[in-house]
Design a protein around this ligand. Structure first.
Ligand code: ADP
Ligand code: MG
Length: 254
């Protein structure tokens, strides 16, 4: 089956010369929920910004990002953006309208939804994100956690096939984290979740990809990799409490 998302030797260097991605390759199947972990500066956010073309590849060669088999090229950009929903690390980078309604409605409006159907889509997305009835609120007056939920509602309202989430639980209180996990668990879309919250990975993601210094250093079953104390320590991570009694067997290091 064609993977929902595939990277083939993705490389990226920032204009200042920082080599952020050095030949990243992996494929994620339809409906998979995969964690993306690694220390600060590993390249997780840079990778995610490539998945709907926010950061263009600086290579002249063959395309390296494929969504449902479709290469991410200039001609395919609009279609790929329709398929891939992206939750940014920083909510303030995502919110730009005077009301929550307008912000959440923005995406579906681009796809031609209007009137009652649009209002219903927005109210449903807000409910799923745990902020039912917030339509008239002003995003810049909300708390950080509430802003994050507005962003999530905006992404859900577009009904993406692939959901890409960058540090979705950072700055959320414990209840907020629990509620977000419940929301994500119910979403049938393919998901790639970059996070330092390893308990979230254990709970939601059967598979995890470990990155360090712009490279994939391990890719495999979450329980196996996160139980591997040596692997975790080597890449600035630690074995989560929930796996303290697990011992790794047969993990694949690359
Ligand atoms: P992560 O999300 O895993 O913490 P990032 O993708 O943010 O990692 O960063 C990867 C590397 O790229 C780091 O070395 C970081 O300093 C660098 N970097 C990130 N954004 C920029 C930028 N706008 N300009 C130059 N270097 C950047
Ligand atoms: Mg990041």
């Amino acid at each position: 089956m064609t993977p929902a998302l595939e990277l083939q030797n993705l490389c990226f260097r920032y204009p200042d010369g920082t080599e952020a991605l050095c030949g990243v390759s992996f494929a994620i199947g339809e409906g998979e929920c995969v964690g993306l972990i690694g220390p600060n500066g590993a390249g997780k956010s840079t990778l995610m910004l490539h998945l709907n073309g926010i950061l263009p590849e600086r290579l002249n060669g063959a395309p390296s990002v494929f969504v449902s088999g479709r290469p991410l090229t200039t001609e395919n950009l609009a279609a790929v953006r329709r398929d891939v929903g992206m939750l940014f690390q920083e909510p303030d980078d995502q919110l730009f309208c005077p009301t929550v309604f307008e912000d959440v409605a923005f995406g579906p409006q681009q796809f031609g939804l209007g009137g009652d159907a649009l209002a219903a889509r927005v109210s449903d997305a807000l409910a799923r994100a745990g902020i039912r009835g917030y339509e008239k609120r002003q995003p810049h007056h909300l708390s950080h956690g509430q802003k994050r939920r507005v962003c999530l509602a905006g992404v859900l309202a577009c009904e993406p096939r692939v959901l890409v989430l960058d540090e979705p639980t950072s700055d959320l209180d414990p209840r907020g984290k629990r509620e977000l996990k419940a929301v994500l668990r119910q979403i049938p879309a393919t998901q790639l979740i970059a996070t330092h919250d390893l308990e979230l990975v254990v709970e939601l993601c059967p598979r995890v990809i470990v990155m360090d210094e712009g490279r994939v250093v391990a890719d495999g079953p979450t329980v196996t990799l996160l139980s591997d104390e040596a692997l975790m320590l080597a890449h600035g991570l630690e074995k989560p409490h929930s796996l303290q009694h697990q011992h790794p067997h047969g993990s694949r290091h690359t």
